[in-house]
Design a protein around this ligand. Structure first.
Ligand code: DX5
Ligand code: ZN
Length: 217
């Protein structure tokens, strides 16, 4: 059975001074997840938001919150975000030395667990961790900023990962793509095997409902 296509607007591109309005637009537009980018000023240069803000958002919306931890010490954050109400949590392979342990801790907190790979990180990291994952997030830009250009090598990587997962009996493991996803390239990334599309500037740069709808193809 094909995995459901999920659209996850990235709140990094929303108007943070009026985030409630943007979250309502995501709800009305049929978004499936809210993507929440946590940056620590160390793994990536910018600093964004922490777990307390997730607690506040949980009081505002029932949409699941997909926390992407771009931090050097994700093990310090997992419980904080799970307790705050995160529904999906992903950690970068490049900075998580005990991946299985961390992914298991995420699952123990009843969150979906994911590993994230930067565009040049070998897919073997995902192969090794896949059995402990609900999803694998392949970056299609180098993390840290919204509005960057999609790196085309994503397509081959994604196809290879999807084929490998299916061959291993891991068809339930979902593939998320993050970075430079727009209406123009959504069809190609879906064909390559991604079923969770993160889009920041691609969604909030126009009419949210129309953009979400168009991303579905
Ligand atoms: C970048 C973040 C992305 C970002 C995507 O490091 O992980 O989630 O918000 O923004 P766009 O869709 O504008 O590339
Ligand atoms: Zn992200």
């Amino acid at each position: 059975m094909p995995l459901p296509l999920l659209i996850a607007p990235s709140l990094l591109a929303s108007n943070l001074l009026n985030i409630e309005q943007d979250i309502r637009a995501c709800e009305a537009g049929g978004a499936d997840l809210l993507h929440y980018d946590v940056m620590d000023g160390h793994f990536v240069p910018p600093i964004t938001f922490g777990a307390d803000f997730v607690t506040m958002m949980k009081g505002l919306t029932t949409l699941p919150i997909d926390v992407h931890l771009m931090v050097t010490n994700p093990d310090h954050q997992v419980e904080l975000f799970a307790d705050a109400g995160a529904d999906w949590i992903s950690v970068h392979a490049e900075v998580t030395p005990h991946l299985h342990r961390t992914l298991d801790r995420i699952k123990q907190r009843r969150c979906k667990s994911g590993v994230v790979l930067n565009p040049v990180t070998p897919l073997e990291y995902a192969f090794e961790a896949a059995e402990s994952c609900d999803f694998i997030l392949l970056m299609s830009v180098n993390p840290g900023y919204g509005g960057q250009a999609f790196i085309p090598s994503f397509l081959q990587r994604c196809e290879r990962l999807r084929t490998w997962l299916d061959a291993q009996g891991l068809s339930h493991v979902e593939i998320e793509v993050d970075g430079g996803i727009k209406v123009e390239n959504a069809k190609r990334v879906i064909e390559a095997g991604a079923n969770i599309l993160v889009s920041g500037s691609g969604v909030f740069g126009g009419n949210v409902a129309e953009r979400i709808n168009a991303l579905r193809g």
